[in-house]
Design a protein around this ligand. Structure first.
Ligand code: SAM
Length: 241
């Protein structure tokens, strides 16, 4: 079933696709009046619709009914990801959205090799990747990608979650399972470091803020593997798989 994100509420029982979405629906998918399509408000509501009219630049859809999106995880997941080198963040954003993340907070930590002067264009690209991934996997919410913040800001934000996890490559005592077997909060933050890992000072700050230092096992995962593994484990523990 074709799926599109729309803004605004139905007006007179109609929702309208415009711009690229209208082009994709009308010219690429060649949707015709009467055909079924799902429109999503990006905030957890799905509209079951049928195409009403197809014009250049606008496709109107008649809303048959609406219901809560069935594709969101039970928990609200926030990924705080240290800026990796190259275009790895493109991959991380795409996989995190497929895995149900609600918010992505890119941050700069001491060992980040990539320290771009300007990050607004990168964030814009990551938001586009998030939108495409959300459409592809049928998300009910459009995940947010924030502007790049400092490690301190990211960890302070993460600490606001009921379950706040600091994935520390030098953690030897506490495995992820040790924490998740006691249950998963309704909000979960996952803090992942860059290729160069965390400094001891950053680990101390995380502990001071109340983040739980956890291990992903005895092997060192790449910074693009760690968030995928961590999110999958949290989803599983949270009863989403
Ligand atoms: N420079 C570090 C080293 O060589 O030990 C490796 C950092 S790793 C490439 C990038 C990030 O992935 C880490 O900062 C951590 O957040 C996460 N990570 C990777 N392996 C992990 C593990 N076994 N346990 C916990 N976190 C891990």
């Amino acid at each position: 079933m074709p799926r599109f994100f729309v803004t605004g509420q139905p007006e007179g029982g109609l929702l309208t696709l415009r711009g690229e979405d209208a082009h994709h629906a009308g010219r690429v998918l060649r949707l015709r009046p009467g055909e079924a399509v799902t429109l999503c408000d990006g905030a957890g509501t799905d509209y079951d619709c049928t195409v009403e009219t197809v014009e250049k630049g606008a496709v109107t859809c008649w809303v048959q009914g609406s219901h809560p999106a069935e594709t969101e995880p039970r928990q609200r997941l926030t990924l705080c990801m240290a800026l990796p080198k190259g275009d790895k963040m493109d991959f991380i954003v795409q996989k995190a959205v497929e895995l149900g993340v609600h918010a992505i907070i890119p941050y700069l930590s001491r060992n980040c090799v990539s320290r771009p002067d300007r990050t607004d264009k990168k964030v814009e690209r990551w938001r586009k990747i998030a939108l495409e991934a959300a459409k592809q996997c049928g998300r009910g919410c459009l995940p947010s990608v924030s502007m790049v913040v400092t490690a301190e800001e990211a960890m302070a934000k993460a600490a606001q979650s009921e379950t706040a996890l600091f994935f520390y490559e030098y953690e030897r005592e506490t495995g992820l399972r040790d924490v998740l077997q006691h249950g998963v909060g309704s909000t979960v933050s996952l803090v992942i470091g860059p290729e160069g890992g965390f400094t001891h000072e950053e680990a101390a700050l995380a502990a001071q803020l109340g983040l739980k230092s956890v291990s992903l096992g005895t092997r060192i995962l790449r910074c693009e593997t760690a968030p995928v593994a961590a999110l999958a484990a949290v989803l599983y523990a949270g009863g989403n798989m």
